[in-house]
Ligand binder design. Structure first.
Ligand SMILES: [Zn+2]
Ligand SMILES: [Zn+2]
Length: 470
């Protein structure tokens, strides 16, 4: 009896440890990665995939046999069936491939594999080494499944199901293209900012960017040609236009950086231009978020109002509207504070500049037009110091306060991007470390890269919740 009690206790302990483990993972990596990990551990997708493909093959064999029996006139070509029949066969296979929640899950698993290899292929092609980007194989099937649930795919009549499926696929395609843009954008930025001049490194990324521009244009052109305007077509078109705008923003910033690299002088206004282009892009994205929300609300009220759609609307409102606005506002405030801080410092110009006979400690370039003096008597370019102040409030040379503000806020560091579970002090420390690395690195074009990273982190969420309207 006692041993049974001990056994139970041990069992309970193991269960508790497992639960704590999951809780720990959730705290550190967040919900998305936890789900991803659990998904991988139980090997559910592999089982589903095998199930779905086996079922598909069995049905294909049976259907081919039936069609063959019906086709009695073509005796000589025994192994072939006519084109129309072949097309019908494929259609009916696809229709029966999503006739229940289980088969829809199986289809998602197959889509997961395709998306996974597509993602890997593109990453290899553009030469990205970012480990975070391998999540397309997770995002695409989840999105597909949510769309299927939201539109009640498996419960529809067979002929309606095919139409609905193709519509969902269009939405999925645009979302995947958005995700791919999220993968190419940081590569494009790092290539242009680090002044890599090899054509072979630039070409694949530019090619993918061009495709990301052409594909949505082509898709919307074809769809507008074949369908009348409805909420689904509106959603797809809005996604396509948004993607095109994102690509234009990326390419513009890329061109700005390339021009900067080509002339190889300190371009004081570069930072401003990049900021304007990026914030214009963000504002447009925000407006699109609101429009999509309106479209989703319209669909919910007048077409189909399910609970899943309501949940998705809430997620969309949170990630694509609230967080977007919040981050944008914070970046704006940080920038304004940095500009204010710099402007409050005394400036050295003209003949006095020659007397200094020193280089900027951040970029190691000489002072050509002007320099700013910190209260601790160190000289920097205004531009370099501004980038620095996004990360840290202290002088890069002696770590004294550059500017004493009335209301100090630790959250301002790291571009104002503080993850909800992170301790602000830790973030500040990390930022200090990162800043130190930049200082040692000599090449300090990093402030915009930080923007990219933060944006890139949001990208997945955007794609996740971008599935609202249809
Ligand atoms: Zn400098
Ligand atoms: Zn100093």
């Amino acid at each position: 009896m006692e041993s049974f009690g001990v056994h139970c206790l041990r069992h309970l302990k193991i269960k508790l440890a497992a639960a704590l483990d999951i809780l720990h993972m959730y705290r550190i990596y967040g919900l998305q990665l936890l789900m991803e990990d659990t998904w991988k551990r139980i090997r559910f997708p592999a089982v589903l995939r095998v199930f779905w493909l086996t079922r598909l093959t069995a049905q294909a064999v049976v259907l081919t046999y039936v069609v063959k029996m019906a086709e009695t006139n073509t005796e000589e070509k025994f192994y072939l069936i006519s084109w129309e029949n072949c097309w019908e066969l494929v259609c009916s296979l696809i229709i029966s491939g999503c006739d229940s929640t289980l088969t829809v899950l199986g289809m998602s698993a197959v889509i997961s594999s395709i998306a996974h290899y597509l993602g890997l292929g593109i990453l290899a092609f553009i030469g990205s080494t970012d480990e975070d980007d391998k999540r397309l194989g997770f995002v695409a099937p989840v999105l597909f499944f949510i769309l299927a649930l939201q539109t009640g795919l498996s419960g529809l009549k067979p002929e309606e199901r095919l139409v609905r499926l193709s519509r969902n696929m269009c939405l999925l395609l645009t979302a995947v293209l958005h995700f791919i843009h999220g993968m190419t954008d940081p590569v494009l930025m790092s290539l242009s900012a680090s002044h890599v001049s090899s054509f072979r490194r630039h070409f694949p990324v530019l090619l993918v960017s061009a495709c990301l521009f052409i594909l949505p244009v082509l898709l919307s052109y074809i769809l507008w040609h074949h369908y009348a305007l409805n909420t689904w077509l509106f959603a797809v078109t809005a996604f396509c236009v948004e993607l095109c705008l994102k690509v234009i923003v990326s390419i513009t910033v890329y061109v700005l950086f390339m021009i900067d690299g080509y002339y190889n002088v300190l371009w004081e206004k570069l930072d401003d231009y990049v900021y304007y282009v990026r914030s214009t892009g963000n504002i447009i994205e925000f407006i699109f978020g609101v429009i999509m929300f309106g479209n989703g609300a319209y669909t919910m009220v007048f077409e189909s109002g399910s609970k899943i759609r309501a949940c998705m609307m809430c997620l969309h409102a949170y990630f694509n509207i609230y967080l977007q606005a919040k981050n944008g506002w914070k970046t704006f405030i940080n920038r304004r504070t940095a500009v204010k801080k710099i402007n409050s410092l005394p400036e050295v110009k003209g003949s006095r500049l020659h007397e200094i006979d020193d280089v900027c400690a951040i970029c190691y370039h000489e002072f050509t037009t002007s320099a700013r003096i910190t209260p601790c008597n160190h000289y920097f370019h205004a531009l370099c110091l501004r980038k620095w102040l996004y990360i840290q409030d202290t002088c890069p040379m002696c770590h004294q306060k550059v500017y004493i503000e009335e209301k100090e806020n630790a959250n301002i560091s790291n571009n104002g991007f503080v993850a909800p579970n992170e301790n602000p002090i830790e973030v500040a420390e990390e930022a200090a470390e990162a800043a130190h690395e930049i200082n040692e690195d000599n090449d300090s074009t990093d402030s915009d890269d930080d923007d990219c990273v933060a944006e890139h982190q949001n990208e997945t969420l955007n794609v996740d919740s971008d599935s609202l309207g249809d």
